[in-house]
Design a protein around this ligand. Structure first.
Ligand code: FCB
Length: 447
């Protein structure tokens, strides 16, 4: 299978700061929307607090050596804004930057290129209190934060993700409230799309001014399927595709927002020059892919015109029918994106992986279901490349079992099992499988 991946193809694995670091009050860290959200009664499935999680803030070297042991080209991790600017503005907290600087050095020493994400969902509470992503000013504050980080790390870090999954922030953070900050504004959440894209574009300018050569954003993409082959379900699927995928990808890749008025939605809060800044602001386009989404038309009079329903006839992950498994959906999505955007920049799969019910104890986990999932999706990537899609890198979510947001510790995604009581890390069968995939690919291309 890996023979089909081209020479130079890169392998990566990912974590995010809030999900692995713990140490939520260490070294003057400020509060973020996730600290606030997890305190809401009932917000987190198992009532857990993301502390100590994997204790990675205190022991980053444990993660670095696992990343190096896989033979990864790059390791995707994230930096917490509320550590660097506890109040979301003002000077940097030098101790926090020292920490991330040590992580960068440890990765470089281990021969793994650091690929940090500046924002993986934990907006400083102080920024949310000022309106969060509903406010245009948040884009400027994000660019200031990016400047502080690049000032310190930019001599060694040349490759960055700005934002992780703005689609989830809009849809689940501000529209439905399933994730922090837990607002339920339905289509009132739409301005957060534009402000996040603007934040990305402004930060990209800042990072390039510090000499970075490779700046991108990574969004969640889904492949939308109508439940029935009827005009109504096709229209519902089209609307969902716009809201989840295209409202983000098209201004970044194609020169403007899709026709929102045709869906009865308001225009974006744009000012002159915004679209020019956003268009072409990515050196690469990051895609996180987990599952397809099947959609049917909503009952008349519902505030949202589509309903998300289980995808018929496919297996599911630990989340049940919410996360159906369909690797070919990743291939189809990539091929479709290239068809819509013939000048597509290099694509990175920034996350792909699955949780399955697994024993909650230290010891070897034989996760054949995860290996199947990952192998299927890697094949789908190879097929998309064969059809001309410029995918350059694949990233497994996640290097480690970690704190899965509103699902707490109930969903394990790691190549490595983590005992959340002791911090002990034990590679699963999937870790060995991925290490071998990477080694075999290198051996084949060097022949
Ligand atoms: C993605 C998030 C990541 C992780 C995976 C399972 O949407 O970016 O942090 O939670 O889902």
């Amino acid at each position: 299978m890996s023979a089909a991946l081209p020479n130079g193809f890169r392998f990566s694995a990912a974590t995010s700061a809030f999900q692995v670091e713990g140490a939520r009050t260490a070294d003057g860290r400020g509060r973020s929307i996730w600290d606030d959200f997890l305190e809401r009664p009932g917000a987190i499935k198992d009532g857990s607090t993301a502390d100590p999680a994997c204790d990675s803030y205190r022991h980053p070297e444990a993660d670095v050596s696992l990343a190096a042991g896989l033979g990864l080209d790059r390791y995707r991790f994230s930096i917490q804004w509320a550590r660097v600017q506890p109040e979301g503005r003002g000077p940097a907290n030098g101790t926090a930057l020292d920490h991330y600087s040590r992580v960068v050095d440890a990765l470089l020493d281990a021969g793994v290129t650091p690929l940090p994400t500046l924002y993986h969902w934990e907006l400083p509470s102080a920024v949310e209190e000022d309106g969060g992503w509903l406010e245009r000013d948040t884009a400027s504050r994000f660019a200031e934060y990016a400047d502080l980080v690049a000032e310190r790390l930019g001599d060694r870090v040349r490759h960055w993700y700005t934002l992780n999954e703005p689609a989830m922030t809009t849809l689940q953070g501000y529209a439905t409230g399933a994730l922090a900050p837990g607002r339920q504004l339905l289509f009132g959440a739409l301005p957060t799309v534009h402000h996040q894209l603007l934040a990305h574009a402004r930060a990209a300018e800042v990072l390039r001014a510090h000499g970075s050569s490779h700046v991108g954003l990574v969004n969640n993409h889904t492949w939308v399927l109508p439940l029935h082959d009827t005009p109504e379900d096709h229209a519902a699927a089209h609307a969902y595709d716009i809201i989840h995928n295209r409202v983000f990808s098209e201004p970044l890749l194609g020169g403007g927002y899709p026709d929102l008025a045709a869906l009865g939605l308001p225009d974006m809060p744009m000012l002159p020059g915004d679209l020019e800044l956003i268009g072409g602001s990515v050196d690469f386009y990051g895609i996180n892919f987990y599952n397809p989404t099947t959609v049917t038309v909503a009952a008349p009079g519902e505030p949202i015109p589509f309903d998300i329903v289980p995808t018929p006839g496919v297996p599911v992950t630990g989340f049940g029918p919410e996360w159906p498994i369909m690797p070919e959906a990743l291939r189809d999505l990539l091929v479709d994106l290239r068809r819509r955007h013939p000048q597509l920049p290099p694509v990175i799969i920034g996350e792909n992986g699955a949780s399955f019910p697994e024993p909650d104890r230290a010891g070897r986990v034989e996760d054949a279901d995860r290996i199947d999932y990952l192998a299927g999706h890697l094949s789908a990537v190879a097929e998309a490349i064969a059809q001309g899609v410029p995918v350059e890198e694949y990233t497994v979510w996640s290097l480690l079992d970690n704190w899965e947001w509103a699902d707490g510790y109930t969903q394990r995604f790691g190549l490595v099992h983590v005992d959340f009581e002791t911090g002990e890390r034990t590679p699963k069968a999937s870790y060995d499988w991925y290490r071998d995939v990477i080694a075999r690919h290198r051996a084949e291309i060097s022949r």
